[in-house]
Ligand binder design. Structure first.
Ligand SMILES: Nc1ncnc2c1ncn2[C@@H]1O[C@H](COP(=O)(O)OP(=O)(O)OP(=O)(O)O)[C@@H](O)[C@H]1O
Length: 241
C-alpha cells in the first residue's frame, strides 16, 4: 500500500536515512525501534509526507506521493512527539475547531468512539493548559486522528505519561488495528511493542537493519546480534526486544 523505493534523506550533507526500500502492508502494525538519533522520526515524517526524500520515491497505492498528495494527507494521521494543541481552548472547543477545519468529512461515530475510549468526555470543559500530560497526549491523539485516517503514524505516543493514560491509548490503538487500519509507531517500550506490533522495523545509524514480522525477528535475533556488534545500545535493544 505504501512503498519506499531507495528512499534516502540527508540534511545538508549529512545522511540520516540510507537508501531504504520497504513495503508497508495495509492493515499491518509496525513497531519502529532503534537507538536515539537512528532515524526513526525521519522515516515516519517521510511516510507522513512532512519531509521529502533526498533521493528515491514513496508510492501510495502505486502512485508517487508527488502526484497523490491530497489522497496521502487524507489517508494518513500523524501524531508527532510534541503536543500541538491550543492551550487556551477547552477539550470540547479544541475538538470542534479541528473537526470544523478538516478538509475531509468528519465521521461522528468514529470521533465519538475515540472520545469514549480515551475518556475525553470526562474533561470536555477543561482548558488544555489545566490538563495533565496524559490527558494532553490523549487529546493530541484524538485531534491528529479526527479525520479517521486509514494509516496511523505515531511518534512515541505514550512517552512519559501515567499508566492509566497509557492503557487508554493502547486500548484505542488496538481497536484501530482491529478495524483494519495500518499502524506505524515508534516506541522504546517492550510491552507496548509486543502488544501492538506484528512487524518490527529496526533502525541503526540511518540504516534499516531488520524489517520483518515478530516471529522472524525471534528466529534471526542471534544472527542479528552477531552482525550488529558496533553499537552496544542497539545490541541492548535487540536483546531486550
Ligand atoms: N531537520 C533536521 N535538520 C538537521 N538534522 C536533523 C533534522 N531532523 C533530524 N536530524 C538529524 O537526523 C538524525 C536522525 O534524527 P531522528 O529524529 O530521525 O532520530 P530518532 O531515531 O527519531 O531519534 P530519537 O529517538 O532521539 O527521537 C539525528 O542525527 C538528527 O539530529
Amino acid at each position: 500500500m505504501i512503498t519506499l523505493e531507495h528512499v534516502s534523506k540527508s540534511y545538508k550533507k549529512k545522511q540520516v536515512l540510507a537508501p531504504t526500500s520497504i513495503e508497508i502492508q495495509e492493515g499491518g502494525a509496525y513497531g519502529i525501534v532503534g537507538p536515539n538519533g537512528a532515524g526513526k522520526s525521519t522515516l515516519l515524517k517521510l511516510i507522513a509526507s512532512l519531509e521529502r526524500p533526498t533521493k528515491g520515491t514513496i508510492y501510495f497505492q502505486g502512485n508517487p506521493y508527488s502526484s497523490s498528495v491530497k489522497e496521502v494527507r487524507q489517508s494518513i494521521g500523524y501524531i508527532p512527539q510534541e503536543i500541538a494543541l491550543y492551550e487556551e481552548l477547552t477539550v470540547k472547543e479544541q475538538l470542534d475547531f479541528w473537526s470544523n477545519i478538516s478538509s475531509k468529512k468528519i465521521d461522528d461515530a468514529f470521533v465519538q468512539s475515540m472520545k469514549e475510549t480515551l475518556r475525553l468526555d470526562e474533561v470536555a470543559n477543561k482548558r488544555v493548559q489545566n490538563l495533565s500530560g496524559g490527558w494532553k497526549r490523549k487529546l493530541n491523539l484524538c485531534v491528529g486522528f479526527i479525520h479517521n485516517p486509514s494509516i496511523c503514524l505515531l511518534d512515541e505516543p505514550t512517552a512519559g505519561i501515567d499508566l492509566a493514560a497509557k492503557e487508554d491509548i493502547l486500548t484505542w490503538l488496538k481497536a484501530l488495528h482491529q478495524q483494519g487500519k495500518t499502524l506505524l509507531y515508534i516506541s522504546h517500550d517492550r510491552y507496548e511493542l509486543h502488544t501492538l506490533s506484528d512487524q518490527f522495523i529496526v533502525l541503526m545509524n540511518g540504516q534499516v537493519v531488520f524489517h520483518d514480522d515478530k516471529e522472524m525477528f525471534q528466529h534471526t535475533k542471534s544472527q542479528l546480534l552477531k552482525s550488529q556488534t558496533g553499537s552496544q545500545e542497539l545490541e541492548r535493544i535487540i536483546s531486550y526486544l
